[in-house]
Design a protein around this ligand. Structure first.
Ligand SMILES: Cc1cc2nc3c(=O)[nH]c(=O)nc-3n(C[C@H](O)[C@H](O)[C@H](O)COP(=O)(O)O)c2cc1C
Length: 201
């Protein structure tokens, strides 16, 4: 069995560092036999949110939004790679997340957080956990925090510390458990509504 995983990353800075962590997650996903795509906001640029995907009639969404939707909709789970900007998540990550809602429902997410300092972006991860729950893709219990991200990987995502391989294996085993469990559950009865507080339609 394998999963379809979408990896969401949210920095468009010229000097961005977290892209290497995102590549590590992409490489690991593929090495474990999953179909995985990195949704890099530089390659999948979206304007600041005007209309959500669901507000467009079928076939009417702008091309850049449809390209992202084509990855978000079939995914069985999401790996969210988030830096910490002022103790919360980067705006480009929030922007792509906000374009969708029901498309995420009943699928797990996993948080990879990072920062330049020693705390590994865990303050952003706490904000993100609440946000992902509201989006209907509750996050698995484990985090994958990466301190000193600028020194942690080569450009292609190869980790500098070999211990990352063991840590990431445990992280993926947890995500896969939830991914397979929810994939199976989605073939049966699903509750009509997941989100108590949001209604646009
Ligand atoms: C606007 C901004 C705010 C930041 N705020 C924090 C912060 O609150 N805590 C922290 O540990 N690092 C902070 N940093 C440093 C980032 O952890 C570091 O620059 C990291 O590489 C950013 O991710 P990126 O390179 O993928 O854009 C901030 C960086 C930027 C650009």
């Amino acid at each position: 069995m394998s999963l379809n995983l979408a990896i969401l990353y949210g920095s468009v800075r010229t000097e961005r560092q977290g892209i290497k962590a995102a590549r590590f997650m992409l490489n690991t996903s593929q090495a474990r036999g999953h179909t995985a795509t990195l949704i890099d906001p530089l390659l999948y640029p979206l304007p600041l949110l005007d209309k959500m995907y669901k507000e467009f009639k079928p076939g009417q969404a702008p091309r850049p939004l449809q390209r992202v939707a084509d990855l978000i909709i079939p995914a069985d789970g999401y790996i969210i790679v988030s830096g910490e900007y002022n103790h919360t998540i980067p705006p480009a990550l929030s922007n792509v997340l906000d374009h969708f809602l029901e498309e995420y429902f009943r699928k797990p997410s996993a948080i990879v957080c990072y920062s330049a300092g020693a705390f590994g972006g865990v303050r952003a991860a706490m904000t993100l956990r609440a946000m992902l729950a509201e989006l209907g893709m509750s996050s698995i219990p484990s985090l994958f925090p990466i301190p000193h991200v600028q020194d942690a990987f080569q450009e292609d995502g190869t980790p500098a510390d070999q211990k990352f391989h063991q840590k990431v294996r445990e992280f993926f085993e947890e995500l896969e458990w939830y991914g397979y469990a929810l994939k199976h559950a989605r073939t049966h009865h699903c509750p009509r509504s997941e989100s108590s507080t949001q209604s646009l339609t």
